[in-house]
Design a protein around this ligand. Structure first.
Ligand code: 4GN
Length: 248
């Protein structure tokens, strides 16, 4: 299985830098991941390679022009592959792990339009974009980091991308709750000992402890996640008990 992304940006190096390290680099080498990065300036027609202009109605900052983006999308589409065209912006649908899971099954290539400046000409939304996505309620200087967040979170879900040691199978977020606490050597650090159960070698007890700690943390730090999570009967028993003894 391989997932394909196309990216339109005025800063292609941001992608080359992140994709040439670690797991995403390996995913590219092993052909689980294909990313093609296009420089928006290559799709301009004036000699200054202009991608922005003053806002109609006045005001601060510049607006990204519609034509270069439209031309880039048309040029990329000439290979006749199916594509989902995504624009990153704070006005988009809030991205989460469930969307990452859904998009990791996507048969189409995913094309990201990464904007800069104060905004993108509204007609890009109307004429080009299939989906507008936000990675969180904050403003970035460009869509590039948001696109990388999505590429990263989807790619690590592709079977084979992570080694068995890094697998997402046991990941708490795969059932919608927070991760359990992790420890490594030394057994005592700053007077704090690693919980005995983790040194016991009893894998059944270790699993039970981790599940309980994950649920405890979620109840404490992100109670909003509990309702949407995929907990089983045993988990609900743990949850009830934790609620009764107020997280002891
Ligand atoms: C996406 C893009 C935040 C997000 C962005 C987000 C670039 N900021 N929360 N900034 O996913 C004006 C033109 C803002 C593009 C956009």
């Amino acid at each position: 299985m391989t997932i394909g992304f196309d990216v339109i940006t005025i800063f292609p190096e941001i992608f080359h830098a992140y994709l040439s390290e670690s797991i995403l680099k390996r995913a590219m080498q092993n052909e689980f991941l294909d990313v093609k990065v296009y420089n928006l300036r290559d799709f301009t027609t004036d000699r200054h390679k202009t991608v922005d202009d003053y806002p109609y109605g006045g005001g601060a900052g510049m607006v990204m022009k519609a034509e270069p983006i439209y031309n880039a999308v048309q040029a990329i589409k000439t290979d006749a592959l199916e594509r989902l065209i995504v624009m990153l912006s704070p006005q988009g649908k809030r991205y989460n792990q469930t969307m990452a899971e859904t998009m990791s099954q996507e048969k189409r290539r995913i094309l990201f339009i990464c904007g800069r400046y104060e905004g993108i000409d509204e007609r890009v939304r109307e004429c080009v974009v299939d989906e507008e996505i936000s990675v969180g309620d904050y403003v970035l200087t460009g869509g590039e980091l948001a696109a990388l967040v999505i590429i990263d979170s989807i790619t690590r879900l592709i079977p084979g991308v992570l080694g068995s040691k890094e697998s997402t199978k046991e990941e708490s977020f795969s059932w919608g709750i927070l991760d359990y606490p992790h420890y490594t050597r030394p057994p005592k650090f700053n007077e704090i000992k690693v919980p005995d159960v983790l040194l016991s070698g009893n894998h059944k007890e270790i699993s039970k402890w981790r599940r309980r700690e994950a649920i405890k943390r979620t109840l404490l730090k992100r109670p909003d996640l509990i309702e949407e999570s995929k907990l089983d009967r045993d988990d609900y028993d743990i949850l009830d008990e934790l609620r009764r003894c107020s997280l002891g």
